[in-house]
Ligand binder design. Structure first.
Ligand code: NAD
Length: 382
């Protein structure tokens, strides 16, 4: 059974779905692998490295698709590639399920498409397939470095004979996987960090990393809601949004760096920083809007652009930070995919050995399975 690897559009995406190391793991499971030429180039994985790991190289996405039973991709496939799909093929990738306008096309081709973002994250056996976590963790780290690069002062405190340098004040809004890594990274660089989230459970995590919790008052009803959503974001009341805006306004008036990470699957990102607050911020302060690609947490942020407001505040619309760490983010993403693909094959019999693994390989598609069922966005032409 062959697994195909489609190249992303290198102009906007540097990651690759399967790395040479992942090819070795898939070969060990009994798969053959074919990769579109140049797919790993932007992540520093050359065709020769894939060949050395046991993959074949194909010259086009069409050639990859026509040979493969399972097709792996970083993002949604281009329309021209979907055209080549046939009944029974499987596509695995970050398919952006809530905003994907091509799902009918996948279904019309009879393909089973798995969107990795839909993984049930609280399921312990799914944790090694959690692409949102693997990519957000790296993105939270890199967001701090981007901010440090844009900022015209250092992060740590320095005592010098020419004077004392004050530590940077960093505010993190949204403390999920990315936000926690951003706190840890900013602390390591010597900044003073404050953070907020609408999940009360995040308070303890912020404090355990040495950050200060920015508290937004919460009604009893909201506290109950927060509990009921099992640790995921809930829809805040008008009053909460107003109180939160006041807390953010006060914290940001004094901040040097702000990193916003708040996203809500299937919906536009919440607006957390308004123009009136931006107008109060110091010249030279920097905001990194990690939700810029899904509507933006910061008013006026533009995906993949850095803008400077009239009062000298820089807003970085960081729509795809994982792509900036393409080598590492590809490694982790590929591991996530291999772990998921492993669930798609029937368990090998006791007497199966590596040499006959290929002959034993059988697909085990099961929409009753809590992982496969959650990830499938098209199946059986539906
Ligand atoms: P995310 O990227 O969807 O959002 C980032 C953070 O923004 C979240 O903490 C969210 O609560 C917060 N947020 C959303 N709307 C907000 C608003 N209006 N105001 C303030 N904050 C807001 O988050 P994520 O990193 O994907 O994590 C989401 C949840 O999943 C967290 O509870 C996290 O602990 C949990 N999680 C669990 C597991 C697991 O159990 N294995 C793994 C990963 C994440």
């Amino acid at each position: 059974m062959k697994i195909g690897v489609i190249s992303a559009d290198i102009a906007s995406e540097s990651r690759v779905a399967i790395t040479p190391d992942a090819v070795k793991k898939l070969r060990k499971l009994g798969f053959e692998v074919v990769i579109q030429s140049g797919a790993g180039q932007a992540a520093y994985y050359a065709d020769e490295m894939y060949q050395a790991a046991g993959a074949e190289i194909a010259s086009s996405s069409a050639e990859v698709i026509t040979q493969s039973r399972i097709i792996t991709t970083v993002n949604d496939l281009p329309a021209a590639a979907i055209e080549h799909l046939t009944t029974g093929q499987i596509v695995v990738g970050m398919l952006d399920p809530y905003r994907n306008t091509q799902l009918d096309a996948y279904a019309a081709k009879g393909a089973t498409a798995f969107a990795m973002e839909l993984l049930p994250r609280t399921l312990s056996r799914a944790q090694n397939m959690d692409v949102l976590s693997s990519q957000a963790n790296l993105a939270g780290y890199k967001a701090v470095l981007l901010a440090a690069n844009e900022y015209s002062r250092p992060f740590p405190m320095f005592m010098t004979s020419a004077g004392t340098v004050k530590p940077a004040k960093v505010v993190i809004l949204g403390v999920g996987v990315a936000g926690l890594q951003a706190i840890a990274t900013a602390k390591r660089l010597g900044a003073v960090v404050e953070a907020s989230d609408l999940r009360p459970a995040a308070k303890e995590q912020v404090e355990s990393l040495g950050g200060k919790w920015l508290d937004v008052p919460m009604s009893e009803e909201e506290a109950q809601k927060a509990k009921a959503t099992g640790g995921y974001a809930w829809t805040p009341s008008e009053q909460y949004i107003k109180d939160q805006a006041a807390v953010v306004d006060k914290a940001l008036s004094n901040a040097d760096i702000v990193i916003t990470t708040a996203q809500i699957p299937g919906r536009n990102a919440p607006r957390l920083v308004h123009g009136a607050t931006l107008a109060k911020m110091k010249a030279g302060s920097v905001l990194i809007d990690m939700a810029a690609g899904t509507g933006g947490n910061v008013e006026g942020s533009v995906p993949n652009e850095t803008i400077t407001t009239d009062n000298g505040v820089r807003i970085v619309g960081a729509a795809n930070i994982p792509s900036m760490l393409a080598a590492q983010s590809s490694d982790l993403y590929a591991n996530n995919l291999v772990n998921f693909i492993t669930t798609l094959i029937a368990p090998a019999g006791d007497d199966a050995s590596a040499s006959d693994a290929s002959a034993n390989l059988a697909l085990n598609l099961d929409m009753e399975d809590e992982i496969q069922g959650a990830l499938a966005v098209t199946h059986d032409s539906q």
